[in-house]
Design a protein around this ligand. Structure first.
Ligand code: GDP
Ligand code: MG
Length: 370
């Protein structure tokens, strides 16, 4: 059966019921001896004694993957691509991001406050493209380390006057490992010393062969500084995006990833989320990493208050109990009670993992001393 009373669980574990009640109290569950326990609580307490509860008996209610709703193919709609920019230091990543953002901000928005929320969207030929403003390497390493896949396309910036450098190669390896398509932006074409052929030659040695040389990698020659060639790059992003057939279901509860988060003196926990599937709405009960809350307010990338946002949209939210980490996954639940329970269980689980890790570390230390 999926449920046990406190006394039954105590018997299973060979412990006194009073001890179990105490343990439950310590994780915030008030229970009497004949109370039926939820499976999460059973798993938690059993875990405390190093006892694993069998999979078919208790599902892990803290596992987002396991809880994920699988969409019906017919509910899926085209969504904007999420793009990150990578490349060697000083090759022009920041300049390119700024340049795309500035040239594509519509007249009405130009006077508005463009606030930095770690991601932004532009509209090209009535189609949206989402850019992650975080350094590409961080987006790949920290987010991927946490199991999040956020990038659909990566732009590899290589300065035409400098060529392939160590971080260029590192970026290629990250993108390949994540199986993310690469578009090469050969930057600084305005410079006297620009040598795009050399860049193509050097990248070929790393498996990126330009289309004009018979390969299948798109190369865009541009100048992030002057803006020359940027329109063509954006068109290429849309082209690759179409080939990838990126889809999501806007008519479901939202799931996605934390882009960045911090504690704001006035507003409390502020997190930029990338909605990857579904629609996120003000008032939604939400679990974000190991914290939870209710979406109090949402502000988009141009500083406007919004009530709901669909797939591939970055949005800044308030209303969380604590500050999550970049790369944490988030999931909306049907009611606040469920969000709270799952959030608390996840926090508890994290604490236990930390405790477990600490024990292991200290054992290792001991071993080294011997
Ligand atoms: P990042 O380290 O990759 O983010 O590089 P930045 O965007 O900070 O650019 C490094 C330097 O290169 C800055 O001084 C930029 O002004 C300059 N830069 C970037 N793009 C271009 C370009 O297209 N042409 C020229 N001439 N300079 C550029
Ligand atoms: Mg930079």
């Amino acid at each position: 059966s999926e449920s046990l009373t406190v006394s039954e669980l105590a018997k299973e574990l060979g412990k006194e019921p009073s001890e179990i009640i105490k343990k439950l109290f310590m994780v915030g569950v008030m229970a009497t001896i004949n109370q039926e326990l939820e499976k999460e609580a059973i798993e938690l307490i059993a875990g405390e004694y190093g006892v694993e509860v069998e999979e078919e008996v208790v599902l892990d209610a803290t596992d987002f993957e396991a809880m994920e709703i699988i969409d019906d193919e017919k509910d899926l709609q085209i969504r904007p691509p999420v793009v990150t920019i990578m490349g060697h230091v000083d090759h022009g990543k920041t300049t390119l991001l700024d340049s795309i953002r500035n040239t594509k901000v519509t007249a009405g928005e130009a006077g508005g406050i463009t606030q930095h929320i770690g991601a932004y969207q532009v509209v090209v030929e009535e189609k949206k493209i989402t850019f992650l403003d975080t350094p590409g390497h961080a987006a790949f390493t920290t987010m991927r380390a946490r199991g999040a896949k956020v990038t659909d396309i990566t732009i590899l910036v290589v300065a035409a006057d400098d060529g392939v450098m160590p971080q260029t190669i590192e970026a290629i390896n990250h993108a390949k490992a994540a199986e993310v398509p690469i578009i090469v932006a050969v930057n600084k074409m305005d410079k006297e010393a620009a040598n795009p052929d050399r860049v193509m030659q050097e990248l070929m040695e790393h498996g990126l062969v330009a289309e004009e040389w018979g390969g299948d990698t798109i190369f865009c020659k541009l100048s992030a500084l002057s803006g020359e060639g940027i329109d063509q790059l954006l068109e290429m992003i849309l082209l690759v995006s179409e080939v990838e057939e990126l889809k999501a279901n806007p008519n479901r509860r939202a799931v996605g990833t934390v882009v960045e988060a911090q504690l704001d003196k006035g507003r409390g926990s502020v997190a930029t989320l990338l909605v990857q599937n579904g629609t996120l709405k003000v008032g939604d009960p939400i679990v974000v990493g190991n914290t939870f809350g209710r979406v109090r307010a949402m502000v988009n990338d141009i500083g406007r208050r919004v009530k709901e946002v669909g797939p591939s949209t970055p949005v800044e939210i308030t209303g969380l109990n604590d500050v999550p980490l970049a790369g944490d996954r988030f999931m909306v639940f049907e009611d606040e009670k469920t969000a709270r329970q799952i959030g608390e269980l996840r926090a508890q689980k994290q604490l236990e993992q930390q405790r477990g890790e600490k024990t292991r570390v200290s054992l290792d230390d001991l071993f080294e001393q011997i």
